[in-house]
Design a protein around this ligand. Sequence first.
Ligand code: SAH
Length: 238
Amino acid sequence: MRPNYTLPRLHLPQTLDGEIVLSKEHAHYLGTVLRKGVGDEVRLFNDEDGEWAAVVVSAAKRAMTVRVDLQLRAPHIVPDIRLLFAPIRKHRTATILEKATELGVRTLQPVLTARTQFPKLNLERARAQIIEAAEQTERLDLPELCEPKPLFDAVRGRTLIFADESGDGRDVIGADLEMPLDLLIGPEGGFSPEEREQLLDMPSVIPVSLGPRILRADTAAISLLTLVQASCGDWRHI
Ligand code: SAH
């Protein structure tokens, strides 16, 4: 059955069963912001349980209890795409987090590169942005957000699609990619020659071009994720 998209969606990490007392934040959002009360319906979701219909059974000022009813959607995990991105200025990093969540990334790995100007990432705020994007985009799982790491500590043996602004990269379309995939986007200042050389020396690294113009890092992240999902991800109806 198609879910009723007008019903609010809340990500709850706990098992979706029986009666659940909502967090203060969720009670505030549901009760005060959305003005929901006893008898109103809401949708609850998380990675393990999928999405469930629930109904408000008690609503006090800062406390609200819901009762879980029936399952609306089985759990669905997005393709195993890990996005390695150099944190950039705050609002553009927020764009990367939100768009990557909508575009179905599974893991977000901030990486510190030679030219990263904004190494500090407020993980608390980032996590809240990710949850909000996941609720809005009707995702059933949350991307995992990792602590920032130096670039080469974050690179594993998986196939790494390296968005190489130098112009020597291959086309993504037709590159015959398959999951799992790591994607790498650099900072506003790009990659240093040493970083590019070290990346190109790695057997699992595939440098790709995102066209003849220089894209902002957030545009590059959105573009590369779109190409990957459309060519070998969960946008294709297999
Ligand atoms: N200051 C750099 C550009 C950095 S753009 C310069 O002028 O060369 C930020 C990141 O977005 C880059 O590190 C790269 O990962 C990606 N990117 C931007 N444009 C791209 C393109 N045309 N092809 C491939 N990657 C690109």
